[in-house]
Design a protein around this ligand. Structure first.
Ligand code: AMP
Ligand code: TRP
Length: 342
């Protein structure tokens, strides 16, 4: 397959995205994000970062954070982010991210940060708001800009942060001369919004994945998947059709999961279920999910059983990331007037 290139430079398109090691990875993350990342592996140059520095912007239990970071790495690799084909690394392993954040802080007006929707939402939920929480989008900008990233695949909720990253890049470039590539957010087409199984009006969320009936977690085994899908909230009706009607949100969500995993056409799916009851729908969806997750779960369990190998893969990823981020941070330091010795 030929790699995509930027029209201007002929250079391969560079993709950067980040994911927090918070909560358990869900079927929603897989279908809404990671599958697209995996699909792009052979076409572009990809950097995927597990953003532990972002995670401590709200209080964390250190032991939990440690385990979740390793689990997240194992899950991402198990889902198909082959470390041979992309650079998968942990943010805190590359010091340039924190350094870059500091320098970008000094060109970012506080007002830009106070306006961020996610900050306002998260700040409301905290008893005491850390400086890090306000600064979160500047760290995200450093993540993206250090790699001269062209594209940033993210969910709709992160679009504002990528737009802020563009503003910060432009401001820095204006002040110090052309330094950063101004990146584009890439938002997946609608349709891949997987809803919570216990409340199909809200999205299935990593942060609520500890609630048993809320989500399918990617490492769940067949019995758990059957148990949770069997109890998914539907409606008192009996029609199994794709529908935007709010009362059909539960059935529609199950059908969309089925559609995304089987790749079948909607009319074929509706025909398949016509005249059947919700019990049958749930059984079928559960089996499709079990089969789709089986190889992921097997790879995940093998990876998590060998933390030394996992750490070796992550160390290699960090080395490759540093090979890009370190020269960039030196360029940035020179631009702002620091003495750079190497
Ligand atoms: P989060 O779990 O919110 O940190 O999101 C990580 C990535 O997964 C983002 O790209 C989200 O857009 C995507 N994602 C999270 N939850 C869902 C969902 N329920 N349906 C589709 N995509 C999701
Ligand atoms: N803030 C993003 C989220 O919560 C995670 C993230 C951190 C990120 N750094 C990034 C995403 C850089 C894209 C690019 O989903």
């Amino acid at each position: 397959m030929t790699a995509s290139t930027t029209p201007s430079s002929g250079k391969q398109i560079r993709v950067f995205s980040g994911i927090q090691p918070s909560g358990a990875f869900t079927l929603g993350n897989y279908l809404g994000a990671i599958r697209q990342w995996v699909a792009g592996l052979d076409k572009k140059e990809n950097f995927f970062c597990i953003v532990d520095l972002h995670t401590i912007t709200v209080p964390q239990n250190p032991q939990d954070l440690l385990h979740r970071t390793r689990k997240m790495a194992a899950i991402l690799i198990a889902c198909g982010l082959d470390p041979q084909k992309c650079t998968l690394f942990i943010q805190s392993h590359v010091a340039a991210h924190a350094e870059g954040c500091w320098i970008l802080n000094c060109v970012t007006p506080v007002g830009w940060l106070e306006r961020m929707t996610q900050y306002k939402l998260k700040a409301q939920q905290q008893e005491s708001v850390s400086t890090g929480l306000l600064d979160y989008p500047v760290l995200q900008a450093a993540d993206i800009l250090l790699y001269d990233s062209d594209e940033v695949p993210v969910g709709e909720d992160q679009k504002q942060h990528v737009e802020l990253t563009r503003d910060i890049a432009q401001r820095f470039n204006n002040l110090y001369g052309e330094t950063f590539v101004v990146p584009e957010p890439v938002i997946p087409k609608l349709g891949a919004r997987i809803k919570a199984l216990d409340d199909p009006t809200s999205k299935m969320s990593k942060s609520k994945a500890h609630i048993r009936l809320h989500a399918i977690r990617l490492a769940d085994g067949p019995d758990e998947i059957r148990y949770v899908i069997k109890r998914a909230v539907t409606d008192p009706g009996r029609e199994i059709v794709f529908s935007d009607a709010p009362e059909k949100a539960g059935v529609n969500n199950l059908l969309e999961i089925y559609e995304l995993l089987t790749g079948e056409q909607r009319d074929a799916i509706e025909t398949h279920f016509s005249g059947k009851g919700y019990g049958y729908l749930k059984q079928e969806v559960a089996e499709v999910v079990i089969e789709a997750l089986r190889p992921i779960r097997e790879r995940y369990l093998a990876l998590i059983a060998d933390p030394a190998e996992l750490d070796r893969l992550l160390a290699t990823g960090a080395e490759r990331a540093r090979a890009v981020a370190d020269p960039k941070i030196r360029e940035v330091k020179r631009k702002v007037g620091f003495i750079v010795t190497e």
